[in-house]
Ligand binder design. Structure first.
Ligand code: NAD
Length: 280
């Protein structure tokens, strides 16, 4: 017997074929003056979305990134210097982005830091900063856009998790705890947004070659008393079966897909881009 589709399903719209599938969308990408966030911002802008960048760095360097991205893609690109440790900065960043470019359709919670130390000597200020930037900022930014997305019946919240949102490694107690927390948040937001056209997912990269990893190599050299090459081979890429770093372009391409209409049924989940790490 063939059963009819549930009557509550709307007619499926066609998948946009344009090379600018996100034209008219407005995105905010936290932690996007460098690394993965910049790669995601570049991919979203190339797909047609206007973008508010966020992140720290010297003003001239950030302005060069902003202007370069705008020239490269032809979309509006702004920058917010909001400190992701400060809830009031985050609320102001969203209000400013909406005032300048319209309602936020796509929020990418990407800002993150790392620190590597044994539990018993893990510095308290590092714990607090990692929790604030990697976990609490995701809540604060989501909280600021979520009501509007629900009211408009469309929204995409994409979090940058990590393989460490799904599995642990020693010496990363704050990072692993925060990233697991992001997965919990992802599931709740997905459930609350599900009937309103708002999805929430977490991309879980393995090791991606970025400044954050560069700093970890130094930290791991000290903790393990190993050389740089030994740390890359024996520690960083040891759990990554492909034995190569993930690229920021690979993460950007997935973010564009998740931000599109074809991904409307993907919500509340972790999407691993980790060279097979989590398959072990
Ligand atoms: P990165 O150091 O290259 O970039 C981090 C970005 O966050 C920068 O733009 C920085 O200015 C910004 N930032 C840091 N502190 C901030 C603050 N207080 N307020 C505002 N912005 C702040 O790092 P990345 O490797 O691109 O990491 C980006 C995200 O990807 C993080 O959430 C990280 O945990 C995650 N991640 C990275 C890897 C990897 O291998 N690089 C793997 C898995 C997950």
């Amino acid at each position: 017997m063939t059963s009819a589709p549930p009557t509550s399903n709307p007619p499926s719209s066609s998948v946009p074929s344009s090379s600018r599938p996100l034209a008219g969308r407005n995105a905010v990408v936290t932690g996007s003056t460098s690394g993965i966030g910049l790669g995601v911002a570049r991919a979203l802008a190339a797909a047609g979305a206007s973008v508010t960048l966020n992140g720290l760095g010297d003003a001239a360097g950030i302005e060069a990134i902003r202007a370069g991205l705008a020239a490269e893609t032809g979309v509006a690109v702004r920058h917010s210097a909001a400190d992701m440790r400060r809830p009031e900065d985050i609320a102001a960043m969203i209000a400013d982005a909406e005032g300048a470019l319209g309602p936020v359709d796509i929020l990418v919670n990407n800002a993150g830091i790392q620190f590597v130390a044994p539990v018993e000597s893990f510095p308290l200020d590092r714990w607090d900063d990692i929790m604030a930037i990697n976990l609490s900022a995701t809540f604060h930014a989501t909280r600021a856009v979520f009501g509007g997305m629900k009211a408009r019946g469309w929204g995409r919240i994409i979090n940058t998790g990590s393989a460490h949102a799904l599995a642990a490694s020693p010496f990363k107690v704050a990072y692993v705890a925060a990233k697991h927390g992001v997965m919990g948040l992802t599931k709740v937001v997905a459930l609350e947004g599900a009937e309103f056209g708002v999805t929430c997912n977490t991309i879980c990269p393995g090791y991606v070659w970025t400044p954050l990893v560069e700093q970890q190599i130094d930290d791991q050299c000290k903790v393990h008393n190993k050389s740089r090459d030994e740390v890359i081979r024996d520690i960083l890429l040891a759990p990554q079966p492909t034995k190569r770093f993930v690229t920021v372009d690979e993460i950007g391409a997935l973010a564009v897909f998740l931000a599109g209409d074809a991904a409307r049924s993907i919500t509340g989940t972790a999407l691993s881009v980790d060279g097979g790490w989590i398959a072990r």
